[in-house]
Design a binder for this molecule. Structure first.
Ligand SMILES: NC(=O)c1ccc[n+]([C@@H]2O[C@H](COP(=O)([O-])OP(=O)(O)OC[C@H]3O[C@@H](n4cnc5c(N)ncnc54)[C@H](O)[C@@H]3O)[C@@H](O)[C@H]2O)c1
Length: 252
């Protein structure tokens, strides 16, 4: 039996990077997966790959910053699979700018996707989970939701990921009585399309890898393993927690 047998999982931003790895692993472990993203072609390709590997999945085009789209996505997911047991709020964007250089538009954009998107996901999935008798929400924050970055290089991103950390604890406290858990994941530098600017720049790479005591960037699959734990019933006593997957970046 797979570790997610009988469960339905919805993964936002599932077309690329870590969301793709999370979708693939959850499906491999038996979950029916709803992959959502603004990128239709790439998202459909992920679903095709899951099906070819013997899993079950569907793609829905979805901008997480839009409330009307959240309503439609939750309705369609339940229409197709009957329920949603797991929500992975993974979609996010990064703007690598400090306070002085961040425009108000950039700040708003990051907040709309990274924070409002997570809030809307929780808000619209919780009634469905409550009806189904429980669930698990996994919100993707970052090490930069826990600590500062050298030179304040990602001001809006850090503000957004700090908000995701505490929003998660608030949801955990509100919904524990309904057997719905909410936890946050805090990855360090993971090699994905989002971080190609960092991994391809010697200076930025050194800045991030310097404090990473494992001395290398992580792979999306290494974060997916933590998602699988939080999504499954194996983490039944883990609630409101922040799980750091950072190769030791925040150790010292
Ligand atoms: N890569 C890292 O080092 C790292 C570290 C810490 C946290 N994170 C977080 O992990 C998550 C995934 O990051 P990644 O590195 O895989 O990024 P990525 O850019 O490789 O993939 C992000 C996905 O989100 C989608 N997306 C962007 N805006 C969206 C929107 N408005 N609605 C729906 N989908 C949208 C993109 O199309 C893309 O498929 C993000 O929340 C990111 O902030 C990444």
């Amino acid at each position: 039996m797979g570790r997610m047998e009988g469960k339905v999982a919805l993964v936002t931003g599932g077309a690329l990077g870590m969301g793709k790895a999370h979708s693939q692993l959850l499906a491999k472990e038996g979950a029916k997966v709803v992959v959502t993203d603004v990128k239709e072609k790439e998202g459909k390709a992920v679903v095709e790959g899951i099906k070819q590997a013997g899993g079950e999945a569907t793609f829905l085009k979805h901008d997480v910053s839009k409330e009307s789209e959240w309503k439609a996505v939750v309705d369609k997911a339940i229409g197709e699979f009957g329920k949603v047991d797991v929500l992975v709020n993974n979609a996010g964007i990064l703007v690598l700018k400090n306070c002085k250089d961040t425009s108000v538009d950039e700040f708003d954009r990051v907040m709309n996707i990274n924070v409002k998107g997570v809030f809307l996901g929780c808000k619209h999935i919780l009634p469905a989970m409550q009806k189904a008798g429980g669930g698990s929400i996994v919100n993707i924050s970052s090490i930069y939701g826990l600590i500062g970055a050298p030179g304040g290089v990602a001001l809006a991103y850090q503000a957004s990921k700090g908000a995701v950390r505490i929003l998660t604890k608030s949801v955990a406290a509100e919904y524990a009585a309904y057997d719905i858990r909410a936890n946050s994941i805090h990855p360090g530098l993971i090699a994905t399309p989002m971080t190609s600017d960092i991994t391809e720049s010697a200076e930025l790479n050194e800045m991030v890898l310097g404090p990473t005591i494992l001395g290398r960037a992580g792979k999306p699959e290494e974060v997916a393993n933590a998602i699988l734990f939080l999504a499954s019933d194996e983490s039944s006593y883990v609630n409101g927690a922040e799980i750091v997957v950072d190769g030791g970046y925040t150790t010292m």
